[in-house]
Design a protein around this ligand. Structure first.
Ligand code: SAH
Length: 347
């Protein structure tokens, strides 16, 4: 399994470190009350001091955290090594617990026309610990600001970046989080634009933990998809259908399903014709859920479908037996909603 940078650094600092010490260190990292190496009481003093001198306890630092007016959504701008900013979001979910949305890259190379991050281009991949530390940051934030019983129950890899374009680090972050928290595979979702070679790797890779997958489909019409998702190509849809069938054969069950995300763009992909194409596409695959995402404003020439249009679109899908949900938009007032995460005040 790939080493994260942090583990590598630890091993370099302490060659011949016994495994139980490494386990103690990892456990301390996931104890939100502990905020400094000096407070890790399970380690000998000399070791704590060396860690404190040579290794940051957090790989990222908070620039600012803002909350939505209703208090249900919190967005953190955090600074990573190199000085760039990324964003991560904490949202109260339906079950009264919290879902966090993490970024996997600084920027993104995929250039989806409706997404603010796409405008930045790719700056770099995040290291595994920079992804993990977005979770640790929110765990600490909950301890400091929320009730005693409040905890993070779900993680979505839907912040900045294309997770499967940072495959190894995302995989390593998933395995570490699964090992050190009680968040299980069905409570973590990795969302991808549909990088097919990496999706194939997900199927073949024994170390890939089988968390839920969501594919950003956005249109079942070849030309429309290419227009809004420029990384698409002519035979993307049949290839995705083929992959999806094989994925469901191996992992599909009531708790472990596959989702297609679909951002509703006015007059682009929201007509009855598009709904019919989508339903037929989905029904040829099997039980795939469709998640309709209301478009969040990003100043890039698209408009949101009206509520009536979304309702009508849903009805067409419903009638054809497609399982469909509409995503609740959260945090729009702080630009924390899907596709609104973008680096501001660039240095
Ligand atoms: N790169 C991953 C993660 C992107 S963010 C992916 O493509 O799936 C998660 C979801 O938000 C994706 O489905 C993405 O297409 C969607 N999204 C991007 N910009 C949006 C916007 N302005 N409004 C609504 N959803 C948006």
């Amino acid at each position: 399994m790939a080493y994260s940078n942090r583990n590598q650094q630890i091993v370099e600092l302490f060659p011949k470190l016994p495994n139980y010490r490494l386990a103690q260190i990892e456990e301390a990292l996931f104890s939100p009350e502990i905020r400094s190496w000096l407070d890790v009481s399970t380690l000998p003093k000399a070791m704590r001091e060396k860690l404190d001198k040579d290794m940051p306890f957090m790989s990222v630092t908070v620039d600012e955290i803002v909350a939505s007016i209703d208090g249900d959504t919190h967005k953190a701008a955090i600074i990573v090594e190199g000085g760039q900013k990324i964003e991560t979001v904490l949202m109260k979910n339906k079950r009264g617990m919290f879902t966090i949305c993490v970024s996997s890259q600084v920027g993104c190379a995929m250039r989806c026309g409706f997404c603010a991050t796409g405008k930045m281009g790719l700056i770099r991949n995040l290291e595994a610990e920079e992804i993990i530390d977005q979770l640790r940051l929110w765990q600490q934030y909950l301890v400091d600001n929320m009730g005693e019983d409040d905890r993070i129950s779900n993680i979505v890899y839907m912040g900045m970046g294309e997770p499967l374009a940072n495959y190894e680090n995302v995989k390593s972050s998933l395995n570490t989080i699964l090992k050190h928290t009680d968040i299980g595979t069905t409570r973590i979702t990795v969302s991808t634009v549909g990088v097919l070679p990496r999706l194939e790797q997900v199927l073949a890779d024994e170390d890939w933990p089988h968390v839920r997958m969501a594919v950003s489909l956005h249109s079942a019409d070849k030309a429309t998809r290419k227009e809004i998702v420029p990384t698409s190509y002519d035979d993307f849809l049949p290839k995705l259908a083929d992959w999806s069938r094989r994925y469901l054969e191996r992992f599909g069950n009531r708790r472990h399903h596959l989702t297609f995300e679909y951002v509703m763009l006015k007059d682009i992909n929201d007509t009855k014709h598009h709904a019919t194409l989508l339903a037929n596409f989905v029904n040829r695959i099997g039980t795939v859920r469709v998640n309709l995402i209301p478009y969040n404003f990003t100043d890039c020439g698209f408009a949101a479908s009206t509520i009536d249009t979304i309702t009508a679109f849903r009805e067409t899908l419903d009638k054809k037996g497609v399982v469909v949900t509409t995503r609740r938009t959260q945090g729009e007032d702080i630009a924390a909603a899907c596709g609104q995460l973008v680096k501001k005040n660039e240095k």
